[in-house]
Design a protein around this ligand. Structure first.
Ligand code: M6R
Length: 366
């Protein structure tokens, strides 16, 4: 049942190329330049006229929501807010019938997310569900939606659910951009072509497994980790840190790289491994200077960079070279080494990666 893998988590990491293909199948065509999300088309007028999108989710799905915020605002120019479902449901938020609420949930059973959409429904917002489990409570409670089609995710740490959420969100952002005319058709096609290439680029990234395992062996006894990224890689930093803490029980924090100097920089010494997501084409020089700041304080630098990078290679203790892609799609690639790093560290520490202590696959109580 684990398909020759030792753990479900590793199997699911390796399944990501196929899971993404499944999540895109029949929903787009790059050469013909179309995107067709059934769930979106049904309500396209209401969605097109929405004043803003509110995204609600928990955990990893909330990280996908942050990526959605960046993408939808960037490509479709509609305001987006992202809320932890547990806060949203209790803080008396302003929700109107002109809002579209996107709920993201792998299991479709997370109690806080379900309660958040019930509240939004009472206030007459349109609810769009992005779920993996077919027929789940959140899928049923939504007016419209799309399934991620990642297949069953057994490992408690979410991996392929995250990457299929992000690929689906990309389609949503692109379709919105198309409807709103906020993006030239040529650019839209370029991104669609690149999205089709993502599965093979993830395959290529997975071949770095042995190298990542060596890095894991060096840092497995660390008591803290910092993950830093900017732009589209900021949510990836959060997700990388969450993966590490939930399965290896090492304290880890994700931060926007530039926010480091507002506090976390005080933590950096020779015992602090810092994982940089440094594949951005925009803001590259700014990341280089963040890397220099860590190096000056003797932090250990593990950097995820594009193949052929020279500047960060010269500064980092370890570099993980991943294939280059469109910047908006980079989370789909950069998350992979972080999943593998967390996996190997957890195994080396003797942890139960598929069923970490204190955690359940779906949190059906608040
Ligand atoms: O099923 P959901 O996507 O609603 O679950 C949300 C979180 O409980 C979940 O992502 C959790 O954070 C994972 N264990 C992270 O790997």
């Amino acid at each position: 049942e684990k398909g020759g893998f030792e753990h479900f988590m590793l199997k699911e990491i390796y399944e990501q190329p196929k899971a993404i293909e499944d999540s895109l199948r029949g929903r787009m065509n790059a050469s013909q330049g179309w995107i067709k999300l059934g769930g979106l088309n049904e309500y396209i007028n209401k969605i097109d006229n929405a004043d803003r999108f509110l995204i609600t989710a928990c955990g990893t799905s909330w990280h996908s929501g942050l990526i959605a915020e960046y993408m939808i605002e960037d490509l479709a120019r509609v305001p987006v807010e992202v809320e932890y479902a547990s806060e949203f449901r209790y803080r008396n938020p302003i929700i109107t019938e002109k809002d579209v609420v996107i709920a993201i949930s792998q299991s479709g059973e997370t109690a806080d997310t379900l309660a958040a959409i019930e509240l939004a429904k009472e206030r007459r917002a349109l609810i769009y569900g992005i779920c993996n489990v077919i027929g789940s409570s959140i899928a049923r409670a939504s007016h419209a939606g799309s399934y991620t089609h990642a297949g069953p995710e057994i490992g408690v740490a979410s991996t392929k659910a995250f990457s299929t959420q992000v690929s689906l969100i990309t389609l949503i952002a692109l379709q919105l951009a198309q409807v709103k005319g906020t993006m030239p058709t040529s650019k839209l096609r370029e991104i669609l072509y690149e999205l089709e290439n993502i599965p093979s680029k993830i395959e290529e990234t997975l071949t770095l497994d042995a190298q990542i395992k060596e890095i894991a062996a060096i840092y497995k006894d660390a008591s803290n980790f910092l993950y830093l990224g900017r732009g589209y890689n900021f949510p990836v930093a959060l997700e990388g840190a969450l993966k590490l803490k939930e399965i290896s029980y090492i304290h880890a924090e994700g931060y926007p790289a530039a926010e480091m100097k507002h506090g976390p920089i005080a933590l950096i010494d020779e015992n602090m491994p810092v994982v940089f997501l440094a594949t951005n084409r925009s803001a590259y020089e700014k990341i280089v200077s963040n890397v220099q700041e860590v190096k000056a304080r003797k932090g250990k630098i593990i950097a995820v960079v594009h193949k052929g990078d020279t500047q960060i290679r010269a500064l980092a203790d370890h570099i993980i070279e991943v294939p280059e892609t469109e910047e908006i799609l980079s989370p789909l690639i950069t998350i992979v080494p972080l999943q593998l790093l967390a996996y190997h560290i957890a195994i080396m520490r003797g942890c139960n990666v598929d069923q970490p202590r204190n955690l359940a696959k779906s949190v059906t109580v608040e």
